[in-house]
Design a binder for this molecule. Sequence first.
Ligand SMILES: Cc1ncc(COP(=O)(O)O)c(C=O)c1O
Length: 387
Amino acid sequence: MAERIYLDNASTTFPKPPCVPEAVCRYMTQEGTNVGRGDYSSAYDVEDMVFETRELLCKTLGGQDPSQVVFTRNVTEALNLVLKGFLRAGDHVVVTSMEHNAVMRPLAQLRSAGVTFTRVTCAQDGSLSPADVEATITPETRLVVTTHASNVCGTALPVGNVAKICRRHGVRYVVDCAQTAGVLDVDASGWGVDAVCFTGHKGLLGPQGIGGAVFCGDFASQVDAIVAGGTGSSSDLEQMPAFMPDALEAGTPNLPGIAGLNASLKWLRERGIDSLRTHELGLCGLLLEGLEPLEAAGHVRIVGKRSLQGRTGLVSIQTPGHELAEVAHRLDSEFGIQTRVGLHCAPSAHKTFGTFPTGTIRFSFGWANAEAEVSQAIKALKELLRS
Ligand SMILES: Cc1ncc(COP(=O)(O)O)c(C=O)c1O
């Protein structure tokens, strides 16, 4: 069996920087207390660590107030919180054709509660025209939700321009930063959006099971908690506290996850998100270059754009004449190359690209990948597709 080459970082990053599992282990073996519930020194230390993580998230994602950072299990739960906690019967929502099911499935559920949505179709390179968003806004539109970058083709959407349109129309705007937090520049308050939702286990290099939302301005006060329960504060009340972040956070949080995320955020700041992005886009460029002859020979179809501007470090392909699932399986079983095959939970993106229902094989790079691994992937594809 060939050595493992992990090229599925858009699904979850691996490996994590060593300081991340170390921090999780340290929390579980040495700290271990709950947050906001105990009046003893180790509980205060954990409280400080949780608050510092909110501060680090603000610095990394452009939040202005750590109390406006709400922890959830992942970006899916954060998006559910915003959509279900904010939208009411009669509301209209604008989304794009690049959205993940983390946006589309809650919206499908909300249909029965009288919420409607319009989907703006992106171009073949995955790009979005802000004017198309503006054209779909109606007097009933209360919210625009878009991904920051497609998890199928990597193209980034012009969130700053969409935010300006939303502000002009008095419509709230929430950005799904699942693919971009820790990868591209995310600047919630600079963009002028109402919230960015993030997941800890992808580009932020943290553990699975921790994510959240960074709220801006007064938006959080317009969102109802979708899970209610103990917060360790205002315990005399049977209602959720009115202040943030307790208003939207109930139950004991994933403290090992927050400890790991705390470590990964510090590591990211030390290494520099820009330099990591340059590395990952370099690998993406090498793969695109290596795929060109295969595409010219009709063995591969590259989905999305070719340029490295305004994108994340992932490449999706189809393999005309070869079963995608079989190619992905052979990449793994014969060459140790681990990719993701299928629809990547984004069916309407594939409808946009004409790759529905088979999907694509997606290669996605992380900080620990090396050029030699990209060369191996190109060599393996040549061997598999030319046979
Ligand atoms: C754009 C996008 N949104 C949402 C998600 C869901 O992430 P999670 O499973 O961490 O909630 C993903 C994960 O692949 C994604 O790529």
